[in-house]
Design a protein around this ligand. Structure first.
Ligand SMILES: C[S@@+](CC[C@H](N)C(=O)[O-])C[C@H]1O[C@@H](n2cnc3c(N)ncnc32)[C@H](O)[C@@H]1O
Length: 253
């Protein structure tokens, strides 16, 4: 069963939209990446691509004095982020918009920083890098995370799981080379620590799956789907040394 199954997709979204974030990462990692953007202007213009429900949009609003445009193709996530921004009095400084990062109609060279956690892979790094390059002003920063292999010969279970998701993993060195060849200077990159997978992502995900198991106790199909979704954190528990998330911070030349 996979994301092509409508019931799977409905439950997957019900679960994911309720999580603090929709992929691995943490405020501490965001702060570390942001510190590498040493020459940001005092009020940077920031674009958050594939923002989900906006965990990073909110960090960026707290950690900078900038204006933020947060874009995601999934309208309910944008709706949720808009509500959060309004509740926190941030609606003037941060805007959330439904959009496809592959077809953005934004002025060229209009951002000082493009941020994207766990999202550029949706259109592929090869397509994403030129889009970001064009939207950044010269000297502007690109900070993004991407899943990468950490060890050769992963177990078949791991390889199959990524294949089923349609995700092609590379190695950090390959992504670094693509960044450099794409017109950027790579400032640094680091691997997300285990806590960045569990604290705000897999731990709340497993708790929510447990709650949904009660909610759907009499629905055999839903329970099978929830078991399927729960395999992802379990796979990570066993095989985290084979793959990880890398934070890359680069600067437009
Ligand atoms: C793994 S989630 C990460 C969300 C968020 N950055 C976070 O870490 O919590 C990937 C996000 O990319 C969004 N996405 C997928 N394809 C997209 C596209 N073509 N344009 C914009 N957003 C897209 C999804 O809707 C999803 O919210």
């Amino acid at each position: 069963m996979s994301k092509t199954n409508p019931r799977f997709m409905a439950l997957f979204l019900e679960l994911f939209e309720s999580l603090p974030r929709q992929g691995p990462g943490s405020r501490a990692c965001a702060e570390r990446a942001l510190r590498l953007c040493r020459e940001l202007p005092p009020v940077p213009r920031i674009l958050d691509l594939g923002c989900g429900t906006g965990a990073q949009t909110l960090y960026l609003a707290e950690l900078t004095a900038g204006s933020i445009l947060a874009i995601d193709s999934h309208a309910p996530s944008i709706e949720r982020l808009r509500q959060t921004l309004a509740e926190r009095g941030l609606s003037r400084r941060a805007k959330a918009q439904v959009g496809d990062m592959a077809q953005l109609e934004l002025p060229t060279a209009s951002f000082d920083l493009i941020w994207s956690e766990g999202a550029l892979y949706n259109i592929g790094i090869e397509m994403a890098l030129p889009i970001c390059l064009e939207l950044l002003r010269p000297g502007g920063y690109l900070a993004f995370t991407d899943a990468v292999w950490r060890r050769e010969n992963p177990p078949e279970e791991v390889r199959a799981a990524f294949e089923q998701e349609g995700v092609t993993l590379g190695w950090a060195a390959e992504v670094a080379a693509a960044i450099t060849q794409g017109g950027f200077e790579l400032l640094d990159h680091f691997t997300l620590p285990d806590a960045a997978w569990w604290d705000d992502f897999y731990t709340p995900m497993l708790a929510r799956i447990e709650a949904m198991r009660h909610q759907y106790a009499n629905d055999r199909e839903a329970l099978t789907i929830l078991d399927e979704i729960a395999k992802e954190p379990e796979m990570h528990r066993h095989y985290a040394n084979y793959y990880g998330y890398e934070f890359f911070v680069a600067r437009r030349r």
